[in-house]
Design a protein around this ligand. Sequence first.
Ligand code: PLP
Length: 463
Amino acid sequence: MDPVLAGDLADLPAALEAVRVEATRILADLDHRPVAGTPRAEVAPLPHAGVGLRGALAEFIRRWEPGFSASAGPRYLGFVTGGATPAALAGDWLTGVLDQNVAAGGESAAPDLERETVAWLRELLGLGEAHSGAFVTGATMSNVTGLAIAREWLGEVAGVSVARQGVAALGPVPVLSATPHSSVYKALSMLGIGRDAVRLVPTLPDREAVDVSRLAAELASLEGRPAVVVANAGTVNTVDFDDLRAVAELRARYPFWLHVDAAFGAFAALSPEHAHLVAGLAEADSVCVDLHKWLNVPYDAAVQFTRRRDLQVRVFSSSSAYLGAPGAEPDFVHLTPESSRRLRALAAWFTLAAYGREGHREIVERDTALARRLGERLAASGAVRLLAPVRLNVVCCTLAEDPTERRVAAVVREVARSGAAFVTPTVYSGQHALRVAFSNWRTTEPDADRVAAAIERACSTVS
Ligand SMILES: Cc1ncc(COP(=O)(O)O)c(C=O)c1O
């Protein structure tokens, strides 16, 4: 064994303790460090002889850690970014410690833990037993997986197997959606259906939610040709929700696969005040739910749910003499794009076991209350104008005066430079805007007020 490696093995308990000490310091500092990090350009040469775990730790702390953002902290409100609850973090650490490959079962309980976690999530989000699920890396891969199953369903209806014959056997596929996330286009590109397959359906006035009567008209115009409908439960700009029940009811009249991108919106189900937004989610044929957003597990984790596991197996089976064939309870190697895969369910299992439905309901309700508080305060300040009501956890607003791309970008930069918060720019309804997204378990009222003050200050200082 390499002597440095052998040294680390002998020193492992003490070396891991040193890592724990640094981790604790970093976590204690999360509230205080600048929220936005500093990118770094130079690349050091590959070490010839290594410096061992403690040496690598020291070098990481010296060269890299100071430039990292406080994205796990309470005022990183860009994109839709969750943190990691204490229990989720512990689960993530143990995932590496145990280093299970959850591709196949038989010699470990790890795949059964993933199944238990999927069942807990299904119940948490109000999905029924008809949905089976599997962990993937993020909402993008969840959309890819769901739409791959949709593609196989279209094949089944047409009397071909896309998994065997390829997507050319299917011909063009109509994909109808009002406000799809960019990852849906990426998924269609990857699946050979193509980005141009998307037919944008008009939204309700001043909304991002689909106009169901226009969707019905689009479906009618297909004259019986099967389609895919991507419904959206939580759009990134204004967190708008399609009327899932009304969309699902259209299946009585038109043949289509209903995929719902509920990446973070699915968590509305935890809040009695907001659960109506996802009524009908259980009707979907496939559902995308991200976990590194509002479940607050570390990157990277999401779940893909479907009612048609038989079609999922057709797409993703990876049978071979040494891996076996999919049985009645297929191994995960036959269910997702990955073959070898980490036990990313463990972090989710830990946080659900530690805090349960109540703990996660409280996080969702606190984040939504904070978004509302920030929206009200910003609107009252006169510095910004809300572009949509705060429906759930995102404030979408623009500068009250002269909201050009340059000025919005300057506000985003100034907020980041202040170190107090991080928010991201967007374009909504043709207007340059700011998105402030609450999905971290650490965020409190003083944080929201600090963010408001940072935005107000930035608005007043940019020229
Ligand atoms: C609605 C929606 N779908 C899909 C995604 C893609 O998620 P990920 O980056 O985890 O792949 C996001 C990310 O913000 C999202 O908000």
